[in-house]
Design a protein around this ligand. Structure first.
Ligand SMILES: [Zn+2]
Length: 306
């Protein structure tokens, strides 16, 4: 199973219980892990988990607002102090390269590992071991992206017993059959590999949102097994804000998730007002009224498997 750990779930500023945005994804059977957003203090949060900066291999940044990026420089410096050698790749919106390189230059931060910074744009597709990640352009007060993580399908199980019973000699023929190819046996019979391989398991599909006021922008890649998206306010509170910000409400997110065929919805990036006043359940209750699947509100160090 792939593991996700929420490292920061508060919007804008931290509270006593919640830090600002960061989310870890550790793919199955992989020591290396990925980070989505890196708010200030993310490296402190990491110390309370089983993850270490040492094994961090990729960072994806949704947008350049401080509550999503101010933790980067500290994290990089600490990773450097650990004499980490694993190369690190950072993917983020235009400006991320200049932002980081400027800080690194003035604070003379020399890293012992290879750092590559890539500026992404709408529809950038990245191919990694066992998955691809597609960038979705969102709607916020500055350029903001979401990431769709699409794990590869797992091939069906190869029926060795059946192959043996058919008298197929073990060896290179098996690998061809496992790939679903048709092979010719020395005795002249021809065997279709598809008859020996079970149904492939569909790879999981996860939507991870940055700040955004239109969750339906994730529609082109729907449906999703899991959607993790900001729900900064309840609809009532949003409607009564003296000044509107480009964020999503629990109701709006739930309605969009319902339309997009989301199975499991996690509300993230919640306004500090809910945490400070013990009102977090209002968000989930509102979402439940508009969404039939599994729904919950993320909290710091919440860990899930998918
Ligand atoms: Zn934010």
């Amino acid at each position: 199973m792939n593991k996700i750990i929420f490292l920061g779930t508060s919007a804008g500023v931290p509270t006593r219980n919640r830090n600002v945005s960061a989310l870890a994804l550790q793919p199955e059977n992989s020591k290396a892990w990925m980070l989505f957003d890196c708010g200030e203090g993310t490296q402190h949060q990491l110390l309370k988990t089983s993850l270490s900066a040492y094994n961090l291999s990729r960072i994806f940044i949704t947008h350049l607002h401080g509550d999503h990026v101010y933790g980067l420089c500290g994290l990089l410096a600490s990773k450097g102090m650990q004499r980490a050698e694993m190369p690190l790749e950072i993917y983020g919106p235009p400006g991320i390269k200049e932002m980081l390189e400027t800080v690194m230059k003035f604070s003379q931060l020399n890293l012992p590992f290879d750092l590559k910074i890539f500026e992404i744009s709408k529809d950038t597709t990245m191919r990694f071991e066992g998955m691809r990640i597609v960038v979705v352009e969102l709607s916020h007060s500055i350029t903001s992206y979401g990431f769709v993580v699409i794990f590869d399908d797992t091939p069906g199980r190869f029926d060795i017993e059946k192959a043996k019973a058919l008298g197929i000699p073990e060896g290179p023929l098996y690998s061809k059959l496992k790939r679903g190819e048709t092979v010719k046996l020395p005795d002249g019979r021809s065997i279709d590999g598809r008859d020996l391989v079970g149904v492939p398991k569909k790879g999981r599909r996860i939507a991870i949102g940055g700040d955004n006021d239109d969750p339906l922008l994730f529609s082109p890649f729907a449906p999703y097994d899991l959607m993790i998206h900001e729900a900064t306010y309840t609809q009532y509170d949003f409607d009564h804000l003296p000044r509107k910000f480009k964020h999503t409400t629990a109701k709006q997110l739930a309605e969009a998730a319902q339309k997009m065929g989301v199975e499991w919805l996690i509300l993230n990036h919640i306004s500090p007002r809910y945490d400070k006043k013990g009102r977090v359940s209002e968000l989930v209750e509102e979402a439940k009224r508009h969404f039939d699947g599994n729904v919950e509100v993320a909290y710091d160090f919440m860990q899930i498997e998918i």
